[in-house]
Design a protein around this ligand. Structure first.
Ligand code: KIV
Ligand code: ZN
Length: 519
């Protein structure tokens, strides 16, 4: 193979992705995702927005201290205190980067109420300041795709002269289209003095469903850094999905001859972890990481008609880290088999968690004919919590067509056994009311979502619950063959997380004090 142009992968799951309403992650979850990104070969991790909150600062700092390979980047508005705070956090990395930005389109210029000249001066001042702290500075003209061409060229030239080594071109509102995306990058490279000395990056949002196409078009035109997130997580319709651009360049390397440093076999595992910790489930037909993305395989195997998998496969499930096997575990399988399976699925657990998963696995295997890989992963998610203030002891529900549903619940709260009976509009409503009776709270249910993890009427239901109280958001996820039980467990898990967050930093914990859009 000839040497190919390398495209840098800049992952912003922990900044642009986590900023998406409801996708808030805990500190430990951010560290875990950063470690997985580092291990999978992401070139640059945008770990957060240090000035936004104390929590963001701590996360970026700790990620910077721990990461082994990736450049660790933090976001900063075009203000000197933002840039200083950002550097305070990223400087602990062996390879720190400051990413500073300002909205340059007419609509965005109106927010800080700066004239074109005043904004140009601000860009010169802030990029110079960042460059005095580190030689790795990235600058972004936010809403670049709606910025006047002459002004865009002018401010990019200023940023390059002030020392930016990466110029990112954000399509902030997901407005551009592939041909336009390519033309913009090509013309900037041809026009702006100094453009050949720096890396152009593309940062696309998916409002019109074109983020992947726009990013790849930009690369074909000369961009050498793609900004993206796992599962396309991000505000509104999300960002470019890492797994899509990486696999597109791998599978269609004949027409897009670019290399990346990503170990694609790690894609499925990180996709599942991001889905679990963010509470944003992946749609079943999502490219690359959706549950059905390789589903044709079983059809091939079952009817035994087709001799060649390539008839329907453009990539192998193994290439993205799917084993492609259905689970040989059953109710007679022991702990060693379970541990081996977990290892196979890329999950490492400690002895205590294995014990917990094994108890749940045995219970599931008793109730369910076949236990698939996804079932096991759902069990892992259900057990990734520490000490819990509230625990479900028992739940009995009666419901039918004759009247309101009734839930009798027994909870252990801080070691005390308590029971309650509630009626409601369906079994889930009745059960949640019963929980609230025993643990009164003002948390608002922002999201309640049920998915079947595997096939069949005995499939496990995975339930995601997102709660919000005083600006603090917590998610819970659980799986069970009984949807109501899974719902109550997920609800309790979210409540437990709220309790932990409140107790750690008091009311308002993890609340973002400022948004990157406020100037
Ligand atoms: O979408 C956007 O413009 C951003 C910038 C902060 C780069 O995320
Ligand atoms: Zn963005």
């Amino acid at each position: 193979m000839t040497k190919q142009d390398h495209v840098l992968i800049f992952d912003t799951t922990l900044r642009d992705g986590e900023q998406s309403p409801g996708a808030t992650m805990t500190h430990d979850e951010k560290l875990e995702i950063a470690e997985l990104l580092d291990e999978m070969g992401v070139d640059i991790i945008e770990a957060g927005f240090p000035i936004a909150s104390e929590g963001d600062f701590r996360a970026v700092k700790e990620i910077a201290e721990r990461s082994k390979n990736s450049v660790i980047c933090g976001l900063a508005r075009a203000q000197l205190p933002d840039i200083d705070r950002c550097f305070e956090a990223v400087k602990h990395s062996e390879r720190p980067r400051i990413h500073t930005f300002i909205g340059t389109s007419p609509l965005h210029r109106a927010i800080p109420n700066l004239t074109m000249d005043e904004m140009a001066d601000r860009i010169h001042e802030t990029v110079t300041h960042a460059r005095n702290l580190t030689d790795n500075v990235q600058w972004s003209p936010m809403d670049a795709t709606r910025t006047e061409w002459d002004y865009l060229c002018r401010v990019i030239e200023i940023a390059i002269k002030a020392g930016a080594s990466t110029i990112n071109i954000p399509d902030t509102v997901g407005y551009t289209a592939p041909r336009e995306s390519a033309d913009l990058i090509r013309r900037l490279i041809e026009t702006v003095p100094g453009a050949d000395e720096i890396v152009f990056a593309t940062h696309c949002h998916n409002d019109l469903g074109m983020a992947t196409a726009n990013s790849l078009a930009a690369v074909e035109a000369g961009a050498r850094q793609i900004e993206c997130t796992i599962n396309g997580l991000g505000e509104r319709a999300g960002n470019t999905a890492l797994e899509e651009v990486v696999m597109a360049m791998k599978v269609r390397n004949d027409i897009m001859p670019f290399s990346t440093g990503i170990d694609t076999k790690k894609i499925m595992h990180i996709s599942r972890r991001v889905s679990t910790v963010s509470g944003f489930q992946v749609q079943p037909n999502k490219a690359i990481v959706g549950k059905n993305a390789f589903a044709h395989e079983s059809g091939i195997h079952q009817d035994g008609m087709l001799k060649n998998a390539e008839t329907f496969e453009i990539m192998r499930p193994e290439d993205v880290g799917l084993s492609g096997t259905s689970l040989p575990l059953g109710k007679h399988s022991g702990r060693a088999a379970l541990r081996a399976k977990l290892k196979d699925l890329g999950v490492e657990v400690g002895d205590n968690q294995l014990k917990d998963i094994f108890v749940r696995f045995k219970d599931l295997a008793d109730r369910k004919k076949e236990v698939f890989d996804d079932d096991v992963l759902a069990l892992v998610s259900a057990t990734t919590e520490g000490a819990e203030a509230i625990q479900l002891v028992n739940l009995a529900v009666t419901c039918g067509t004759g009247g309101p549903a009734k839930a009798e619940i027994e909870l252990e709260i801080d070691g005390e056994d308590l029971t309650a009976v509630s009626e409601g509009d369906g079994p889930v409503d009745a059960s949640f009311k019963a929980v609230r009776e025993l643990h009164p709270n003002t948390a608002r249910l922002q999201l309640y979502q049920v998915n079947a993890v595997t096939a069949g009427t005995d499939a496990q239901a995975t339930v995601s619950v997102r709660l919000e109280e005083d600006g603090v958001i917590a998610t819970g996820q659980s799986a069970d063959t009984d949807t109501v039980v899974a719902s109550v467990r997920a609800y309790i898990q979210a409540l437990n997380r709220l309790i932990i967050r409140r107790s750690k930093v008091g009311p308002g914990a993890d609340k973002r004090e400022i948004s990157y859009k406020e100037m």
